[in-house]
Design a protein around this ligand. Structure first.
Ligand code: ATP
Length: 441
């Protein structure tokens, strides 16, 4: 049976992964808060990404730029002028929507006339009485410093990419990387989405993991292919997302962002349908060229081997953490029917599961079992770190809870343990139980 989004949302709340933002005050549209299990999963995803893209390669380096950047950044990048979605209002119920999401076959540049000709119905009231399309800039504004006027306006970054471009020169001048090389950044991004929806899929505050890969202009095609191959390797091997659920969409020129000469959206079959998980774009020298013009500083790179001087071109693999996390959850969420009962489990990869082991004594009221189980728990914690303890309810309930949070192995200490130093290890996916010596865990 196909997984429903509600099942994942409900498990996330029930088990402490993800809660609606500001839940206690009735929520706050487009924001989500992570609980203990969600933080653990998110951090592991981000750490695996960093290891794969930065630590395990010798051509990638990290940066961590400020979220509030000089507003000139957003003028140079084109965001101040063009980072806008088509907003349309239903004149009947006053609902406001992103027009390009209300009908097929249109994109963000849809005009009022084109939209009206499509006769789309309002998703809230079902009527067809639309106002004109207005361009709505999605950047969140703030004021920096004690004076609130036009001169103190600044923005929360709508993408992490610009914090990389603005540091390109500093990095080149300080560590002299050989081209091609990439700069990677993880961090928050903010977009005042007109209609945030589908759990964390479209949020107003989210996290990105982006790479700007700087290449000689003549080599962009081969580097694009190599990075695209690595994207698949990361998603399929490190995140264990089934290859058949991942699809490439070659974005048509009229649908591409203003800076891009080639974009592939990598889509995933979410419970809400096939949607963009991440994108890889050839941004040419658009950004470095703009920075050069606006700042008056040269962005040229001098090749150490050939002496050639040029402004590098850029290929950008851009991941959203929340969309990746949702793909991981949707890929691992499983319901199994057994003896008329439904077993819910998250078949998370061992590297991503919030806990690697759960340790418990068979009986909570037998001090000798509790003591031995604590010993095993301490030893596993010292070895692996992410190990949890559970002595609540009966063993069946404990297994149910650990299945739902994706713990691969449950270790139970019983009376035989005291005799022969073995424990029962129960496997999450197979549910089979084996006897294993403590030191072999
Ligand atoms: P969409 O067309 O779905 O609005 P986009 O093409 O504008 O997305 P990009 O600007 O390419 O998205 O951003 C790069 C990545 O950041 C996306 O592939 C996605 O994973 C993530 N992302 C973008 N907007 C959001 C959002 N509102 N909430 C969560 N993740 C997002």
């Amino acid at each position: 049976m196909a997984t429903k989004l509600e099942d994942i949302v409900s498990l996330c709340k029930r088990r402490g992964f993800i809660f609606p933002g500001s839940d206690v005050y009735g929520g706050f549209a487009g924001t989500w808060d992570y609980g203990p299990l969600g933080v653990a999963l998110k951090k592991k995803i981000m750490n695996e990404w960093w290891k794969f893209w930065v630590e395990d390669r010798d051509d990638m380096f990290g940066v961590d730029a400020a979220i509030i950047m000089n507003p000139k950044t957003w003028v140079a990048s084109g965001h101040a002028a063009t980072f806008a979605d088509p907003l349309v209002e239903c004149l009947e119920c006053k609902g406001r929507f992103r027009a390009d999401k209300l009908a097929d076959g249109i994109n963000e540049s849809v005009t009022t006339e084109e939209f009206h000709n499509l006769h789309a119905k309002c998703p809230t009231c079902g009527k067809e009485n639309w106002g004109p399309i207005r361009k709505f800039n999605m950047m969140f504004q703030t004021h920096v410093g004690p004076i609130v006027d036009d001169t103190s306006v600044a923005y929360l970054r709508p993408e992490t990419a610009q914090g990389i471009f603005t540091n390109y020169k500093n990095v080149v001048d300080s560590i002299y990387p050989s081209i091609p090389f990439g700069l990677a950044q993880q961090g928050k991004a903010f977009r005042n989405e007109i209609s945030p929806r589908d759990f964390v899929f479209r949020s107003r505050e989210f996290e990105q993991m982006e790479i700007e890969y700087f290449v000689h202009p003549d080599t962009w095609e081969e580097n694009f292919e190599k990075l695209l191959k690595s994207v698949h390797e990361f998603l399929e091997e490190k995140m264990e997302i089934p290859a058949e659920k991942i699809h490439e969409l070659e974005v048509a020129p009229e649908d591409r962002a203003h800076y891009s000469k080639r974009t592939i959206d990598v889509e995933f079959d979410y419970p809400i349908g096939r949607e963009e998980l991440m994108g890889i774009a050839y941004r040419t020298d658009f950004d470095l060229g703009n920075i050069q013009r606006e700042s008056g500083k040269s962005m040229e790179y001098r090749d150490k081997m050939t002496g050639e001087t040029f402004v590098p071109h850029v290929i950008e693999p851009s991941f959203g953490v929340e969309r990746l996390l949702m793909a991981v959850l949707a890929s691992s969420y499983t319901e199994e029917e057994k003896d008329g009962k439904t077993r819910v489990l998250l078949k998370l990869p061992e590297t991503l599961a919030p806990f690697r082991f759960c340790v418990s004594p068979l009986l909570k009221n037998k001090p000798e079992l509790v003591e031995k189980a604590k010993e095993v728990y301490d030893a596993l914690r010292a070895k692996y770190g992410n190990v949890t303890w559970d002595d609540s309810g009966n063993i069946g309930k404990r297994y149910m809870k650990q299945d739902e949070i994706g713990t691969p192995k449950c270790v139970v200490v019983d009376f035989d343990t005291l005799e022969d130093g073995t424990v029962t290890v129960r496997d999450r996916d197979m549910t089979e139980q084996t006897r294993v010596k403590i030191e072999e865990l």
